[in-house]
Design a protein around this ligand. Structure first.
Ligand code: FAD
Length: 501
């Protein structure tokens, strides 16, 4: 890789900075990437560009009441930085944790906020990327070149959430809001609120506004699985009582959680009925024997086809038990002046309607990519283990796990990228690309993920934008941490799938 150098931009005559690596995004993946580069790739120059005003990504974008993780922080936290709080954390706690990672490792000097990247152009002649965008604080365009692009852009548009179009929305006299763009001035006090959706966001929001609202109704088209449980980890608490070092506790508790999750995931394939009964029994324990669990909390799909939200201390169900919240399972016929008319004929009255209906998939951070002057069609590429793509040189992409914590994968991808950069240095290569090998040429190319296995709405809606997968492990983006944690470190970087120049 070339060392840091400064060249002149032909058009503007301004200096263009060059970095060995450019990381897109300062969310949990981008900050983790910066940490790993600083630890594993000494002497590699890098910069992190982030369009928001601070680090955190998901955890600063979302500001709705109660915003919290839905998986435990022992595994959502980085492998290298012990988590010492309760397993399910608020956005504020996650941001404080990330802030410590930045401070303790002197990463702030590498991060540039309010820098939105608009385009990334690869030149095979120069073996480098030219990245252009705009400084959102000054409105001034910028241009930076980089040897390697590390895409940590997350998976959805940060500017707005996904709201389906329903008939009559314009007729509704109250306010319609999406949790992703929660207005600062929204006052739910003594208001009738409907929250459309029953994913993790709705499950977080409903109990967190229930006490203030007159009433909040969670309106779902179909039920979702939940795991209600204490927001505590007994093993961590015991180890703390024994005054075990926090770094040990982190590692031990991670292993325990991962093992338990592995057993759970396997069981949800092997004995889905039994797992389903257990999940429903967990909900029933909070809602009592008379609640219509069959109608409202019994999904038609088998467990793990969609992410299962953890409900800390069963707060969603406790709000329902108290009568401050309720659930309706029905389809929306149309919005009315006063609320929502359902297909069953019932009308729900509301002052505020919250559409907790998901995200707009955004797989490349809205960056217009071009390779040697040709616009990139990402959907035409083939994924190499969900990290690199055929036809895109010197680029790695982070997309975490759905079924396990996202960060488990971003740490694994980071190790791979650092190893790859080191390998390029050893080989004195300035370019690496993945390519189908002779034995892969007749491989059937399939959609990015198997929707029989996993099918959240934002992925199925955006599948046409995503790369293809093959029928061999190398050319698949699995959701299998337990396989990848052994396979990634063992990837042979001299395999024929890697082409260096
Ligand atoms: C409300 C919510 C709760 C979640 N809870 C969990 C959980 O408990 N466990 C779990 O595993 N996962 C969870 N997820 C999934 C979550 O998004 C990821 O786990 C993780 O936070 C993603 O981190 P990231 O850094 O990869 O991406 P993001 O957090 O999305 O950050 C990407 C960053 O890149 C920046 N960016 C993108 N494009 C550009 C560009 N063109 N120029 C400059 N900057 C750009 C964005 O501004 C953003 O700051 C949750 C998601 C949401 C929305």
């Amino acid at each position: 890789m070339p060392d840091t150098a400064t060249v002149l931009a032909p058009s503007s005559a301004q200096t263009v900075q060059h970095f060995d690596v450019l990381i897109v995004g300062a969310g949990i993946s981008g900050v983790g990437g910066a940490y790993h580069l600083s630890q594993q790739c000494h002497g590699t120059s890098f910069v992190v560009l982030e369009s928001q005003e601070s680090f955190g990504g998901t955890w600063i974008t979302h500001r709705y009441p109660g915003i919290r993780s839905d998986s435990d922080l022992y595994t959502f936290g980085y492998r290298f930085k012990p988590w010492t709080g309760r397993p399910i954390a608020t956005a504020e706690e996650i941001l404080a944790y990330m802030g410590e990672v930045i401070d303790e490792n002197d990463l702030a000097r590498h991060i540039r906020y309010r820098h939105r990247i608009a385009s990334a152009r690869w030149s095979s002649e120069d073996n480098r990327w030219t990245i252009e965008g705009e400084r959102l604080d000054t409105g001034v365009p910028f241009r930076i070149t980089a040897g390697f692009l590390w895409m940590c852009q997350g998976y959805y548009h940060h500017s707005e959430g996904y709201t389906p179009e329903w008939d009559g929305m314009a007729d509704f006299k109250g306010r319609i809001v999406h949790p992703q763009t929660w207005p600062d001035d929204l006052d739910v006090k003594d208001k009738q609120v409907i929250v459309i959706g029953s994913g993790a966001t709705a499950a977080t929001l409903v109990p967190n506004i229930a006490d203030d609202c007159a009433h909040v109704t969670m309106l779902q088209r179909s039920p979702t699985y939940f795991i209600p449980a204490r927001n505590a980890n007994d093993l961590a608490d015991q180890l703390r009582q024994l005054e075990v070092d926090e770094s040990w506790i982190h590692e031990i508790v991670r292993r325990r959680i991962l093992r338990d999750q592995s057993v759970f995931t396997q069981r949800s394939f092997d004995e889905p009925e039994k797992v389903r009964d257990e999940l429903l029994a967990g909900v029933r324990a909070y809602l009592g024997p008379d609640f219509d669990i069959a109608a409202h909390f019994t999904p038609s799909y088998r467990p793990w086809r969609q992410r299962i939200a953890f409900v800390p201390d069963g707060d969603l169900f406790r709000a329902m038990r108290k009568g401050k919240a309720s659930v309706v399972t029905d389809e929306i016929e149309r919005f009315t002046e006063k609320g929502i008319k359902l297909k069953s004929g019932q009308e729900l009255i509301a002052d505020i309607i919250v559409t907790a209906t998901g995200f707009h998939l955004n797989v490349l951070g809205d960056v217009a990519f071009a390779i040697d002057g040709k616009p990139l069609d990402f959907a035409k590429t083939v994924t190499y283990r969900g990290m690199m793509f055929t036809g895109i040189p010197n680029m790695a992409w982070v997309f975490g796990y759905f079924r396990a914590s996202w960060t488990l994968r971003s740490d694994l991808v980071a190790d791979f990228v650092c190893r790859l950069l080191g390998h390029m240095k050893d080989k004195q290569a300035r370019r690496v690309e993945v390519a189908l090998r002779p034995e892969d040429k007749d491989m059937p190319l399939l959609p990015w993920i198997d929707t029989e296995n996993f099918n959240p709405g934002y992925v199925t809606r955006g599948m046409h934008l995503l790369p293809k997968r093959g029928d061999k492990r190398e050319w698949q983006h699995t959701q299998d941490y337990w396989r990848e944690k052994n396979e990634f470190p063992a990837i042979d970087l001299d395999d024929k799938a890697f082409v260096y120049r």
